[in-house]
Write a protein that binds this ligand. Sequence first.
Ligand code: KMH
Ligand code: ZN
Length: 270
Amino acid sequence: MQKLIITAALVGAEVSKADNPYLPISPEEIGIAAQEAREAGASIAHIHVRDREGKPSQDKELYRQAIEEIQKRTDIIIQVSTGGAVGMSGAERIQPLSLRPEMASFTTGTVNFGNDVFLNSLPQLETFAEQFEKYGVNPEFEIFDVGMIANALALVKKGLFPGHLHFDFVMGVPGAIPATADHLLFLINQLPAGATWSVAGIGKAQLTMSVLGIALGGHVRVGLEDNLYYRKGELASNTQLIERVARIAREMDRLLAEPDEARIMLSLTR
Ligand code: KMH
Ligand code: ZN
C-alpha cells in the first residue's frame, strides 16, 4: 500500500472558538497549527481563514497572511478552501486561487448542508474549473455526495484537469452521504483508475472513517473542521486528532507520507 497522506483540516467555517478553544483563527495561529500538524504526521493542511471577529472569510489578504505564516514554519502542502461557508457567492469563494496555492479544494455539486444548502451549480463548476486552470492550482475534489464524482469527471471529459485526480470523500454531513463502510466502498468504486482518494468523517465518524481509509489503502483527513471531540464529552485539539490517526496507521503498518512524498504521489505540478 502507498504511504498514508494525512490531511489536517485545521479551521473550517462552521465552528468557533466558543465551540472549541483549540481552534486556530488568526493567520499566526493557523501557521502554528500547520507546523504542529506537520510534526504530528500530516502532509497537507486544508485551511479556511477567519476575520478579526472569527467569522468565516475568503479574503485574499487573510489567505496570503495565513500562507506566509505556514510557509515560514513548515514545508506542509497548503490546500486553501474554495468552499468557504454556505451563503458565500462563487466570486467570494474563489478569491484565494489567484494566490496560486499548491492545492485548493473544489466541491463539484450542490448538496444539503444541515438546514442550509451548499450551492455549486454546473455553470459555477465551469467557472471554478477555469480559474483553477488559469492559476495552475491542483484541485482536491471535495465529494459530499455521489453525484459530485460524475460532475468532476464530466469536467475531466471536457479536457479540464488532465493530470492526476485526487478526491476527498466528506461523509456524514447531515443531508449528504452517510458515513458508512458501504457508502465509502460505493464511492471508491466510482473513481477512474489511477485516482487517489482520502476520507473525512464528520463528528464521531471521523475516527471510524479514518480506520477504514487506512485499511482500504486510501488516505485520511482529520481535524477540527470536521470534528471537535476526541471522544464523547472531551474536546480535541488538531494535534491530538492527527496524532491518534498517525498512531493507528503505524499499528496498521501504513507508513506516513512526508509532504515531499505526498507531492510525488499526487503529482502536484507546482
Ligand atoms: N464549509 C463548507 C460549506 C471546502 O472547504 O472546500 C464547505 C467546505 C468545503 O468546507
Ligand atoms: Zn473546508
